[in-house]
Write a protein that binds this ligand. Structure first.
Ligand code: ADP
Ligand code: MG
Length: 678
């Protein structure tokens, strides 16, 4: 029986009111109720006194040794005191504001009390009185709200289980349950809710986690499959010779890794497979040129292509580089940003709509209304983690099912690759261009700042260009941070005689930002003092020193991104972190950063330290929420579940066999829900 279709009203004692309170917990049917798992357990096995630990919860059994007394104090407050004889010791038990418990204590009676132990006073603050004959040694604890009690919920689950346990259909196919020694769904439900021993709950939870991850992965697989079948992609028959020639004419040779991903991307574009691909490559690995090749291919196939970047500075930089690269090929490139005048804007959008423009580089301005393409074949989203799900969707809607290439330097920890990006194909550039040297990273405390000045002086005299990053500009935050202007003045005072110092921040008008960036790129500026506007994408290969003030205020990924602005040429590069970490976590970040340049290691650490939502800066694009499984801690189970789901979906005959029937029905019904997940 499909218990998702069985109403809760079929249970005794569930009326309209109770239905409503269950709904407030997201429980809509009998299936939901049975799979509404406890989030923790309380050990209800009676312990001996010498096992009692101060301030920890414990169950003690004893004999009532005094008449209970209730003291009233304050407004509606009271306290119940009773003495228990436990292993020949008289223990004081106190209950707050539960005067009715008085009836449970009769001198000479055996009782069991669960509560918090106070070692000093040899006393127990009671939480509840347990039936001495109770043989459940573990109590499940559920997340509830004010509409419904723990007790009520547990009883309802028990009732539902008694009535329907034979109807619970197992969704994980038998061959997998055998292979991984997993329980069936009836055993999972009973083991998770009503375990007799901790081992039993562990075992049931292990199976429940696999089940949950596996169903999720099957959902992703079916989305992927649907996407391929329903949305026949555009076939972009690009000019292969032309592309080959373009690659051969580049000022550098593509790395093997770049060649590999180019092949993967062009392969998708050339087929009717709708491309939904994530290109991941550490900072400086050369993603831009890969996207330019893809866009060029799209243009030679008669389509328009577009690249969206998260900041104006980055869009401008892409525009400059791409126009320069493509100018000899008579490809028309346009830039669209929010700070252009209406006249400019109209002029540009007109050419986009008519198809005169082949490649459009832009910021969020691209997804606004009034920007219409003639025939958009490929969308590139640079630094995709900086965009929200909705922005990425809006971009897709600018064409008729265009191919999508999302790029990111933030390495995708395994957890996210398997969950959030599970429906995308992933290409990885796992190699930096030849000749790059490892960036050397140092951390100093602010009292040693003189050392940094000396170091910068030395590097400047050797012809280096320096970035100095300051967290925030004066007016934007009240927190006492050294602001960009102050630091700019300081550098001017120290080095202004001999060197050119520049200032860049988000509040500057666009043309001014552009002028400063150009001057830095042309080496007319030696030291660029900047806010984090340069965090992503900015590419000035000659810059080789990065100084970051108040580094303890940044997250690991952000620091790695900032550091990635140097080490882009052949010069030895340095990163100096100035930080006075105020807590363990910040100290840990400094240590990790100085010990590794590996973005993947950093992203994994970041995910652990901050949680996925934060890492991505967008709740929606963070990890999906699971009920029993924790995608970070249970990564091993998650990975196996993913592998098995992928394998199953590739196996047509297994997919159509009776063994997977329950699973198929289950996924099909859940599909709509999963489909809303980007
Ligand atoms: P990211 O992957 O961080 O976006 P970019 O695309 O900005 O990196 O590339 C970093 C720098 O490396 C750029 O200056 C780019 O021209 C250069 N570059 C890219 N590919 C190669 C290569 N195969 N050999 C040498 N330099 C390269
Ligand atoms: Mg980039």
């Amino acid at each position: 029986m499909d218990l998702r279709k069985v109403s809760l009203a079929t249970l005794p004692s569930v009326g309209p009111k109770r239905l409503e309170s269950l709904q407030s917990l997201g429980i809509e049917n009998v299936y939901d109720l049975l799979f509404y798992f406890p989030f923790r357990y309380e050990d209800m096995e009676a312990k001996s006194l010498d096992e009692a630990v101060d301030q920890e919860k414990i169950l003690l059994k004893g004999v009532v040794a005094s008449d209970p007394v209730v003291f009233r104090y304050g407004y509606k407050k009271n306290r119940l005191n009773v003495r228990l004889l436990v292993e020949n010791e008289s223990i004081m038990v106190t209950f707050f504001n539960q005067p009715w418990l008085k009836d449970k204590f009769e001198t000479g009676l055996d009782v069991a009390v669960y509560g918090k132990w106070n070692e000093n006073r040899r006393a127990l603050t009671g939480i509840k009185v347990i039936d001495v004959n109770n043989d459940d040694s573990i109590d499940s604890v559920y997340s509830v709200n004010k509409n419904i009690h723990q007790k009520t919920l547990i009883n309802l689950i028990k009732v539902a289980f008694e009535k329907y346990h034979q109807e619970i259909e197992t969704v994980v196919p038998e061959y997998l349950r055998k292979k991984y020694k997993l329980l069936n769904d009836e055993e999972i439900v009973s083991g998770v809710h009503f375990p007799k021993t901790p081992q039993q709950s562990d075992e049931a939870r292990r199976s429940a986690k696999f089940r949950e991850f596996f169903l999720f992965q099957c959902g992703l697989q079916s989305i992927k499959r649907e996407d391929n079948q329903k949305n026949l992609g555009i076939i972009e028959s690009y000019d292969k010779k032309f592309i080959q020639q373009f690659i051969a004419d580049l000022p550098f040779t593509l790395t093997d890794a770049q060649q590999k991903v180019v092949k993967e991307i062009l392969g998708d574009m050339d087929s009717d497979h709708h491309m939904n691909r994530l290109l991941q490559g550490d900072v400086g690995s050369g993603k831009t040129i890969v996207s330019v090749i893809a866009m060029l291919a799209s243009v030679t196939a008669g389509f328009q292509a577009s690249i969206m970047a998260p900041t104006e500075i980055l869009a401008q930089q892409h525009f400059d580089k791409i126009s320069k690269l493509l100018a000899p090929l008579k490809i028309r490139v346009a830039l669209l940003t929010g700070s252009q005048t209406k006249k400019e804007h109209d002029f540009i959008t007109e050419d986009i709509a008519s198809g005169k423009t082949n490649i459009v580089v832009g910021t969020h301005a691209l997804i606004q209304e009034g920007v219409d393409f003639k025939n958009l074949g490929l969308i590139v989203i640079d630094e995709q983690h900086r965009f929200g799900v909705n922005q990425r969707k809006a971009m897709r809607q600018k064409g008729d099912n265009p191919d999508v290439l999302a790029m990111t330097a933030t390495p995708i920890p395994r957890t996210l690759a398997i969950t959030t990006y599970g429906d995308m194909d992933v290409s990885r550039i796992d190699q930096l261009p030849a000749g790059r040297k490892k960036i050397e990273t140092y951390w100093i405390r602010s009292q040693k700042i003189e050392q940094m000045y000396q170091f910068v002086a030395k590097e400047l005299s050797g012809g280096a260009q320096v970035y100095v990053v300051t967290p925030l500009i004066s007016e934007s935050e009240k927190i006492d941070l050294k602001n960009a202007e102050l630091i700019y003045d300081k550098f001017n005072e120290l080095f202004g005689q001999k060197y050119q110092i520049g200032l860049l921040h988000g509040q500057m008008p666009n043309d001014q930002k552009e002028a400063v960036m150009n001057d830095f790129a042309d080496k007319k500026i030696d030291v660029l003092v900047s806010t984090t506007v340069i965090e992503v994408g900015v590419d000035v290969p000659n810059a080789s020193v990065m100084v970051i003030y108040d580094a303890n205020r940044f997250g690991l990924s952000q620091l790695h991104q900032l550091r990635g602005r140097v080490g882009r040429g052949e010069k030895q590069s340095y990163c100096i972190l100035i930080a006075d970490p105020k807590n363990e976590a910040a100290l840990e970040r400094m240590k990790i950063l100085t010990s590794t340049n590996d973005g993947f290691v950093l992203a994994e650490a970041d995910l652990k330290m901050r949680g996925a939502g934060d890492l991505l800066g967008n709740r929606q694009s963070g990890l999906p929420e699971f009920k029993v499984g924790n995608p970070i801690n249970d990564i091993n189970i998650l990975e196996i579940a993913q592998e098995e789901a992928t394998t199953l979906f590739e196996n047509e005959s297994l997919m159509n066999s009776p063994e997977t029937e329950n699973l198929r029905v289950f996924i099909k019904d859940e599909f709509d829900q999963l489909n809303n997940f980007d």
